[in-house]
Design a protein around this ligand. Structure first.
Ligand SMILES: [Zn+2]
Length: 324
């Protein structure tokens, strides 16, 4: 059901990550540093048949963010006794096995895993996971984008696994505990609703495989930054080579910029860009590009046409009329 392409009888790996960050001196190549990987293996009957739980010794951020320390209960002492990321990733990959079918709660873990792996010159050991939070939202709450937290979801389904929250392996097990009820809700969907769900999951997996770029700029205004090729260049999410812009960057509303770019080999990507301001007053750019379905590319072209149709003064002031 969850993996219509996979056939019956394969185990699932449910995983969860904890990560740390620095508000003061972030490294833009790895803004979130994984400090714990937790996972459990679930068989076709929904039983947990194995667990994985490891601490990662941080290289960038050795001081724990206060919020993360209070939520997870992890201490700096524990972290210093963890293992190097590359070793934990290799062991996690071995735990998953080849062609792992993976599940997470929410869309955030996989991009963080990919970025941490890339920081060390490694690759994420599997394709993007299934987002159980999205499936739960769609099938149990009637809203795929509700993003209810794990605790709320357990309450909604009247499940109360007796486990301490917010440690990676326990969150993975709580997610596993939800799967049978979520799966029942999915099988009760109409064929049309199920198709809609699979389209959303497909889109989310493409977004999880985005080419991500974050970097400080030397600019104070968006207009300056948008003339800088170091900011505007888009990488193909499949091969990493520069893709040619087929629309210019334009403000799609609230200073979030969109563009389309094409790699000859891998096709059209939808690119998104926004800026934050560093303490220095200079802009930091955050960009993502993901392979676009034809309807998504059409949508960006239509937004660009609408943007061009607006009077320039209005464009500057309100930044376009499309809210996303
Ligand atoms: Zn390419």
């Amino acid at each position: 059901m969850f993996f219509p392409e996979s056939g019956e009888g394969r185990d699932l790996i449910v995983f969860d990550l904890e990560w740390n960050q620095s508000s003061y001196t972030p490294n833009h190549r790895m803004p979130h540093e994984i400090i714990e990987i937790g996972a459990c293996r679930v068989d076709a009957q929904g039983r947990v048949t194995g667990t994985f739980s490891r601490m990662v010794r941080p290289r960038l951020y050795r001081r724990l963010d206060r919020h993360i320390r209070s939520v997870t209960g992890i201490t700096e002492q524990e972290l210093s006794e963890g293992d190097a990321f590359a070793d934990v990733l290799a062991d996690f990959s071995a735990f998953c096995g080849p062609d792992a079918l993976t599940v997470t709660w929410g869309p955030d873990d996989y991009p963080v895993l990919r970025r941490n792996a890339a920081f060390y010159g490694l690759r994420a050991p599997f394709a993007p996971p299934l987002d159980a939070q999205l499936v739960f939202g769609f099938a149990c709450l009637g809203d795929a984008h509700r993003q209810m937290n794990l605790h709320g979801a357990l309450e909604t389904l009247a499940l109360s696994p007796d486990m301490p929250a917010h440690r990676a392996v326990y969150d993975a097990q709580c997610t596993a505990a939800l799967l049978p009820a979520v799966e029942r809700a999915v099988s009760a969907l109409t064929p049309q609703a199920r198709e809609e769900l699979f389209a959303l999951l497909d889109r989310e997996r493409r977004i999880a495989d985005s080419a991500l770029r974050s970097s400080p700029t030397r600019h104070q205004t968006h207009a300056q930054a948008l003339r800088d090729r170091a900011v505007t260049a888009v990488c193909c999410p499949v091969c990493g080579r520069e893709a040619a812009l087929t629309t210019p960057w334009f403000d799609s509303g609230r200073e979030r910029y969109l563009a389309l770019a094409e790699c000859r080999e891998h096709g059209v990507s939808c690119a998104q860009l926004h800026f934050k301001r560093a303490a220095s007053g200079l802009l930091i750019m955050h960009q993502r590009a993901y392979l676009a379905a034809e309807a998504e590319a059409q949508d960006v072209r239509a937004r660009y046409a609408a943007y061009l149709a607006e009077p320039p003064r209005h464009r500057r002031r309100a930044g376009g009329k499309n809210p996303t």
